[in-house]
Design a protein around this ligand. Structure first.
Ligand SMILES: Cc1ncc(COP(=O)(O)O)c(C=O)c1O
Length: 363
């Protein structure tokens, strides 16, 4: 049976990317060596490494003002590394807490330096993205930065744009929506994203940092936790995750070939719209967790009328080949994650399945 993957990450990769990844593992491409056997200091690997960084620059339209780093430790390590490095230049970090991941980023940052919670949407189970009126009475230090999570993977909410945010430099966890809409680089001091959702496989984290932030003295920082170390060595200070970087390059090249960012923005809108329309037209059989104005195009979270039906839905979906539709344990229900490797056809099949499940389970 054909499986359709809607995992929250790691997630589906296009067949073209998977078959090139497989070819890299064989002995044919690199004169008798598998990619897994190549030295990270070889010219062959250097070409793979450089390609991945250049492809990211092209696909995400990254200006010369920002450095591209390929690191390990997941987005979770960035919760520590970002304040450790940035709170030398900036006086404090203002965090807007919109879900479990941004809550983690906030609590890790507090361990490092001056960190404030600007506002949080936890009062309503993180079902909405706050508005400027929620923090307009707070006097902000002009030397601080603002940290946000652009898309909340667990709750299915997303910043619709960054326009209402305070006019301080932004630090953005883009783990679950990178590569699905243009990034306003002029506002971004630092952005980071694990690759396993929209950029390839797990094991590598893309970090984008404004170059001027690398110029201050950081000699007292542990070398591996210092962005400057990685920038100076072109992300080859230590052995990088060579295969994961290869897959990232393949995935980003594939997205460029498919039409680039504009195309994936359009596809994300189409895919999520299909599901939200079905939810909205279901007479309350399916109810979304996120407030309509805060809905995510990446993670569609919804519930059925009761726990028993939820369970039956998930079991039946699994039997029909739909993988990864369980909601996160902290909110339950269901979640369909629609990253860039997921096709419109798979979403159409999912929507058909939802419609048919509703027909057979309404009296
Ligand atoms: C928005 C967001 N931030 C951070 C993380 C943690 O990422 P990692 O597992 O790469 O550390 C995740 C994981 O799903 C996420 O969705």
């Amino acid at each position: 049976m054909e499986k359709m993957v809607f995992n929250p990450g790691p997630t589906a990769l296009p067949d073209e990317v998977l078959s090139k990844a497989k070819a890299g593992l064989g002995k044919e491409t690199y004169e008798g060596l598998s990619l897994l056997e190549l030295s990270h200091r070889s010219t062959e690997y250097q070409a793979i490494h450089d390609n991945a960084k250049q492809a990211l620059r092209r696909f995400l339209n990254i200006p010369a003002t920002h450095e591209v780093l390929l690191l390990q430790g997941g987005a979770s390590l960035q919760f520590t590394m970002a304040p450790m490095n940035l709170l030398r230049t900036f006086t404090c970090g203002y965090h807007i807490v919109t879900g479990s991941w941004s809550k983690k980023a906030y609590s890790e940052s507090k361990k490092i330096g001056t960190t404030h919670m600007l506002t949080s949407s936890e009062d309503a189970k993180f079902s909405y993205i706050p508005k400027a009126t929620d923090w307009h009475s707070t006097q902000l230090d002009p030397d601080g930065y603002v940290h946000i999570t652009s898309n909340n993977t667990i709750y299915g909410t997303q910043w619709q744009n960054f326009e209402q945010l305070p006019s301080l430099p932004l630090v953005v966890d883009m783990s679950s929506d990178i590569g699905t809409r243009p990034i306003p680089w002029e506002k971004v001091a630092l952005a980071y994203a694990g690759a396993q959702k929209n950029l390839g496989a797990s094991g590598v984290t893309a970090v984008f940092i404004r170059k001027d932030l690398l110029s201050r003295d950081s000699s007292d920082l542990p070398a591996m936790l210092d962005y400057k170390t990685h920038a100076e060595k072109g992300s080859l200070f230590n052995t990088p995750p060579t295969f994961n970087i290869y897959v990232l390059g393949l995935m980003v090249d594939w997205m460029i070939e498919q039409g680039g960012m504009d195309e994936f923005q359009k596809r994300s809108e189409q895919k999520s719209q299909l599901l939200y329309e079905l939810i909205d037209d279901s007479d309350g059989f399916y109810t979304g967790h996120a407030k309509s104005s805060s809905r995510s195009q990446m993670n569609v979270t919804f519930q059925l009328p009761d726990e028993q039906l939820n369970k039956r839905f998930l079991e039946s979906a699994k039997q029909s080949g739909f993988v990864g539709l369980s909601g996160h344990r902290s909110i339950g229900g269901c979640r369909a994650s629609l990253y860039n490797g997921i096709t419109l056809e798979a979403c159409e099949k999912l929507v058909e399945f939802l419609a048919s499940f509703r027909r057979t389970h309404t009296k």
